[in-house]
Design a protein around this ligand. Structure first.
Ligand code: ASP
Ligand code: MG
Length: 615
């Protein structure tokens, strides 16, 4: 009936008994009339064990030899599972990545898939066999064929890529948790299982979901419209569907490297409201946006950059027709938001900018590729477009520019990222691609505004003070970071512009992985003087908490609820960045868990049942 790709993770195949249980499930699925390709991981903690062995011999083992070593783990499992199936009377054949023809880049230990041969797979399927494929591995094609691996956790990616190549009806990821939860159950025991989530939401929740599902697998599922479900291997519970809108036909050549960016979007119907010199203390954002949502003003981007002294600037964009209303609210609240740091200013200053446009690049392929944002900034610099605001999420970079420069910016970006001009794409909410309705419990309730809450405790924040405000500066900065292979997460450019030595200047703050913090700081400090930048400041004690949900589009009050939850706990918000479906706040590290718990509860995501974390 259906062609299904199933993937079983390490714990699911951790012992002979478990491999036999997997064989039973596979056998049952075949008997129900389906054809099956099964992708497996190495047994239990085998891969960790192999890494440890290597490290006992060399602190810095050769990457080619590492791939040779690590790929053996999966080879054990495919043989054993095939035998277990044959014992049940089910014809089966095991295949390595090279035997299938999973062709990858020649990059050892982090290869991306270029394409997958389907001839031999299809032949065995047609012979009635279950094909058991080693996950996580492939082969390079250029010159001498070499064994490559896709990076830790890569078996998910193998499975979804095979499903895309075979145009399978769907792909099932079997693991040791029941699916995707609203947050990390080790931090919030009331976390609930979701019945569905979109690929875009899943990608934005990377820091939450990455342990359950490799982000590259989600990227492939989204790009090729592969219906995907994450389920427990211990039960028959339905799990969580990870859905995508119907994609436009995409070539299966250069499967994982085709295009890091697949949309250039713009919106000229935007205006910016900034409040300068608001106090840097808990409750300010909550108060401001509380008032704004009471007036039913729907804000789009919200940013708050690093503070300067004891005060912050908060800026947001709204659609032009409601600018007047937004401005009135901001002006009314400004006197109450007085900054103690600057007694000369009796109230926060309201700044309105009418002629602006938002230009964004979007695409799952930018995850882990620091050069993508840098390329956007460089492209804008080349055509002389100055960036007024930057806000980023995992899969999107948005820049606010002068409206008069929007066309020029869009044309340049489309050509730089090889995007054909077509209609702007909007986040799809209703239209889910699923194998058939009986497999998916349809949503009885509408899409919730917030699907999940993630906490990332592994980031550090860097700020560059007083960067000259002219085209090319962001390009220079993020280009340097990309050259050093440092991935940047949130990027925020401050509102406040100060003229020093006759040059207008702004601060730019961004977050990186904590392990990259020191080296990034050192590298940037070295160039700062020469480029005329101010101080480079590093703060490693931060936490990023994010809410994600496609249902927040066009719904006023979502950001406010998040800010209010933080205010009630007396948690100060250090930075804010948003995309259409995500709002992230940086807070002090020691308040991260408390922030997560408060926000999760505020959105009613907590369930009555406590979730038991599997050992
Ligand atoms: N065995 C590999 C790992 O542990 C790949 C995987 O399981 O997805 O990272
Ligand atoms: Mg995994």
């Amino acid at each position: 009936m259906a062609l299904i790709v199933q993937k079983y993770g390490g714990t699911s195949v951790g012992s002979v008994e478990r491999i036999q249980a997997v064989a039973q499930r596979v056998y049952k699925t075949v008997k129900a009339g389906n054809s099956l390709v099964v992708v497996v991981s190495a047994m239990g903690k085998t891969t960790d064990g192999l890494v440890k062995l290597a490290n006992e011999i060399s602190p810095n083992p050769n990457r080619r030899e590492m791939d040779m070593l690590l790929s053996t783990g999966e080879q054990v499992t495919i043989a054993l599972l095939s035998m277990a199936l044959q014992e049940l009377g089910q014809p089966a054949i095991s295949m390595t990545g090279a035997q299938v023809g999973i062709v990858t880049e020649a990059e050892h230990s982090r290869a991306r898939i270029l394409h997958i041969e389907t001839t031999r797979l299809t032949r065995h399927i047609n012979e009635g066999k279950v094909v058991v494929v080693a996950g996580f591995q492939g082969t390079s094609s250029a010159g001498e064929m070499e064994i490559t691996t896709l990076g830790r956790g890569g078996s998910d990616t193998s499975a979804v890529a095979i499903a895309a190549a075979l145009r399978a009806n769907f792909c099932e990821i079997y693991t040791d948790v029941p699916g995707i939860l609203t947050t990390d159950p080790r931090l919030v025991a009331e976390a609930q299982l979701m019945d569905a989530i979109t690929c875009n939401e899943m990608l934005e929740l990377a820091s939450l979901g990455a342990k359950v599902l490799h982000p590259r697998a989600v990227e492939i599922a989204r790009n090729y419209g592969v219906p995907l479900v994450v389920r427990s291997s211990w039960t028959d519970a339905p799990g969580t569907w990870v859905t995508s809108a119907k994609p436009q036909g995409r070539s299966l050549i250069n499967l994982e490297i085709a295009r890091p960016v697949d949309h250039v979007e713009f919106d000229t119907n935007q205006a910016k409201v900034a409040l300068l010199h608001v106090p840097d203390k808990p409750g300010v954002a909550a108060r401001l946006f509380g008032e704004i949502s009471r007036q039913k003003v729907d804000v789009d981007l919200i940013i708050q950059s690093v503070h300067e002294g004891n005060s912050n600037d908060i800026a947001f964009t709204v659609t032009t027709p409601i600018l007047k209303r937004a401005e009135a609210v901001a002006a009314a609240i400004a006197p109450a938001l007085r900054s103690q740091s600057n007694p000369k200013l009796s109230e926060a200053e309201v700044m309105i900018e009418n002629n602006i446009a938002k230009v964004s690049i979007a695409g799952a392929g930018m995850i882990g590729r620091p050069g993508v944002a840098a390329k956007m900034f460089a492209t804008l610099a080349e055509v002389g477009v100055n960036i007024q605001m930057i806000s980023t999420s995992e899969v999107k970079v948005s820049c606010v520019v002068d409206a008069a420069e929007c066309d020029r910016a869009v044309i340049a970006l489309r050509s730089a990222f090889e995007i054909e001009a077509k209609e702007q794409k909007v986040e799809s909410r209703g239209e889910f691609l699923t194998p058939n309705s009986s497999l998916l419990t349809p949503h009885s309730s509408p899409t919730p505004p917030v699907r999940g809450v993630a906490l990332d405790l592994n980031q550090a924040r860097l700020a560059i003070r007083q960067l000259p405000d002219r085209p090319g500066m962001a390009a220079k900065l993020f280009g340097l970071l990309a050259q050093h292979n440092i991935s940047v997460d949130m990027i925020i450019q401050s509102q406040r512009c100060r003229v020093i030595d006759g040059v207008p200047r702004r601060d730019i703050a961004f977050t990186v992985s904590r392990i990259d913090g020191e080296s990034a700081k050192e590298m940037l400090t070295q160039v700062a003087a020469e480029l005329g930048w101010g101080e480079v400041v590093l703060d490693s004690a931060i936490a990023k908490v994010s809410i994600v949900g496609a249902g927040m589009v066009g719904q006023p009050g979502v950001a406010t609820k998040m800010f209010e939850a933080l205010a009630q706990q007396q948690i100060n918000i250090q930075m804010i960045a948003t995309s259409e479906i995500k709002i992230s706040c940086v807070v002090a590290q020691e308040q991260g868990v408390k922030a997560l718990q408060a926000i999760h509860a505020a959105f009613g995501l907590a369930g009555s049942e406590k979730f038991v974390v599997p050992a």
